[in-house]
Design a protein around this ligand. Structure first.
Ligand code: BYC
Length: 471
């Protein structure tokens, strides 16, 4: 299970045994590196960063820490170990041996899933590329780059599948991954949340809390896939995803902690006056990021999702632990529906409601971190509660797309929505205010005024560790 770093493309898939595939990927590699130089983290070419690199995919080897010159980072192809005798866990092929090759009749669907997944990875790198210039500390700068290099590797994971299993059109799709760009009006990324801006560090932490969590749920569903190479790729990607969400949760938590501290120490209700970010504004950012991420799960009722499930391509979260028949021919699942002015839950065929079920799992998981953020506020003796907005708030996909809701779930007219949306979502002035705080802090151990230090260092390094060296 160790990874061969002597190869041009580090891998644990015996790439050198397949010369054609190796050549094709070695042809894609320079295009990838050009893309990274052009649209990856700006001004990072001379930095040495304390990064975690996988040296094998078992539990001991996947987190090896060392300073790495950013351009020398070794992206490669790592699959989680094969599970002997693995069978398909759901859908009409349940119980059959997992596929090692693409089942011909499902080729189009499988390619679409892999392309959609792959497209998000470079998108997030593009969205975050300017943040290094305004890092609140070396610790945070290092975490940003860690997230970025791993998203780059996740792109490699999907590109490998396309090259290895989809022939010529797979190679074309791999090229197109580097041609679409986040926010590009002509060639945007596939999913809308990956075309939004990530203009400041509060946005970054919200992104890694909410949007990477969509990644966790989508990757977990794909990790159940009957197509074994996809399942194994996603299982290894998930080991890295956990750190991204940690960065998000603790990042927002540290901002909240600092805000509360500034309010108490200065006996003020106005943390902005002492260089902090007010909890009201943090709530607005939550409203924005959470609502655009709910859209990432697709429509409540989806024939695409039903097809993926029946075909055995994409399962549910922790599919094998769910206590049912894993075929869902007769099962029901409650989905929200508009009846007049109210939202009612109606039983729908569970097969068509697979997206909705995944969104429900995501919502429960998202609430846990919000509860921990609220504990920080409560422990500081401050009377304020952060909430996740109503599921219909600011939605563009599915049942709620044609309606407007307030964060507390009141149905609004178009006029009411237009009149009040600036109370609930960040507006230009909010972004401009946060931007005033975004001044780089690059002295080891120092933190920007608006964020508390982390509870502990990466890999237990001391507070003043030089996570990033400037060459
Ligand atoms: N934006 O039948 P429906 C990550 C389209 S994040 C734009 O409900 P489906 C990461 C849809 O394509 C995880 N369009 O859709 C995180 C469909 O179009 P057609 C990414 C959308 O297919 C942070 C139509 O609307 N991975 O890894 O069931 C950093 C009807 O919808 C959107 C995946 O998403 C949208 N939000 O569900 C880095 C997994 N939603 O067929 C990385 C792969 C729907 O009418 N993707 N549409 O032309 C999928 O499983 C599915 O494509 C989706 C959509 C769940 C996204």
């Amino acid at each position: 299970m160790s990874i061969d770093y002597a190869e041009k493309i580090p891998n644990n898939v015996n790439l050198s045994d397949n010369r054609r595939l190796q050549r094709a990927l070695e042809k894609w590699q320079p295009a990838y590196l050009d893309w990274w130089r052009e649209l990856g983290p700006i001004e990072s070419q001379n930095l040495e960063v304390y990064l975690r690199t996988a040296i094998s995919v078992d539990s001991k080897g996947w987190a090896h820490f060392d300073h790495v010159r950013m351009p020398d980072y070794r992206w490669g192809i790592f699959l989680a170990p094969a599970e002997e005798g693995r069978t398909i866990g759901f859908g009409q092929h349940k119980g059959e041996p997992a596929w090692q090759d693409v089942p011909g009749e499902y080729r189009a669907e499988l390619r679409r899933l892999i392309v959609t997944q792959g497209d998000t990875e470079p998108a997030s790198v593009e969205q975050q590329r300017r943040l290094g210039q305004t890092c609140p500390s070396l610790y945070d700068l290092r975490n940003l780059f860690q997230v970025n290099v791993e998203e780059g590797r996740h792109l490699w994971a999907m590109v490998y599948l396309l090259h290895a299993h989809f022939g010529r059109d797979g190679r074309e799709e791999a090229d197109a991954m580097l041609e679409r760009h986040a926010g590009d009006p002509d060639r945007p990324r596939i999913l809308q949340a990956f075309n939004e801006k990530t203009p400041d560090w509060l946005s970054f932490f919200m992104f890694t809390y909410f949007q990477d969590r969509d990644g966790k749920y989508q990757l977990s569903s794909l990790a159940e896939s009957g197509f074994d190479p996809l399942a194994r790729s996603c299982r290894f990607m998930l080991t890295e995803e956990a750190h991204h969400m940690f960065v998000g949760e603790t990042g927002v938590g540290r901002i909240i902690a600092r805000t509360c501290q500034l309010m108490r120490e200065n006996k003020t209700d106005d943390p902005r006056s002492v260089g902090g970010i007010d909890l009201q504004l943090i709530q607005k950012y939550i409203n924005f990021h959470y609502s655009i991420c709910l859209d990432l799960f697709g429509a409540e009722l989806s024939t695409n999702a039903a097809t993926y499930f029946t075909q055995g391509l994409k399962g549910r979260f922790l599919e094998t632990r769910i206590d049912d028949d894993h075929v869902l021919a007769d099962a029901a699942y409650p989905v929200p529906e508009m009846k007049g002015d109210s939202v009612v839950m109606t039983d729908a065929p569970a097969l068509n409601a697979v997206n909705e079920r995944l969104r429900a799992d995501y919502i429960t998981d998202s609430q846990r971190g919000v509860d921990r953020w609220n504990k920080i506020i409560r422990d500081a003796g401050i009377d304020f509660v952060l909430t996740l907005p109503h599921v219909g708030f600011n939605r563009s996909i599915g049942t709620f797309a044609d309606y407007h809701f307030s964060p507390d779930g009141k149905l609004l007219t178009e006029a009411e929505w237009e009149h009040r949306r600036a109370e609930w979502l960040p507006v230009d002035e909010d972004y401009a205010f946060v931007q005033t705080l975004m001044q780089p802090v690059i002295e080891p151990g120092k933190m920007a005024n608006w964020i508390a230090p982390p509870a502990r260092g990466i890999n237990n390094q001391p507070q003043d560790f030089e996570y990033v060296r400037f060459g």
